[in-house]
Design a protein around this ligand. Sequence first.
Ligand code: ZN
Length: 115
Amino acid sequence: MLTDAEIETLKETLQASLAELERIDASSADSRKAVELDQQSVGRLSRMDAMQQQQMALATERRRQTEKRKLQAALSRIAAGDYGFCVRCGEDIDPPRLRIDPAAPLCGDCAKGAG
Ligand SMILES: [Zn+2]
């Protein structure tokens, strides 16, 4: 079991990670605009490069949105008092596991089962 103080510390970590992801979101919106502008003035080959880069940026962004949802879900579990319990089996999640990944929704056993 986690103590209230431990949960508070992990909550701060989650909020900081979420704020960081939102900051990256804001700056990547700017760089997307830059790519669009570039595309008007460059040749076909570099346009393909730019499109490839955009695909990669989109993949990165999708990962970031998934991570954000995971952080937000963990924060709402804290708010609801469900934090620290596996969302699948309801068992306690080992505190060392939460210190490594405060947003971890599953206990070690269920995470192994999920691959
Ligand atoms: Zn579990």
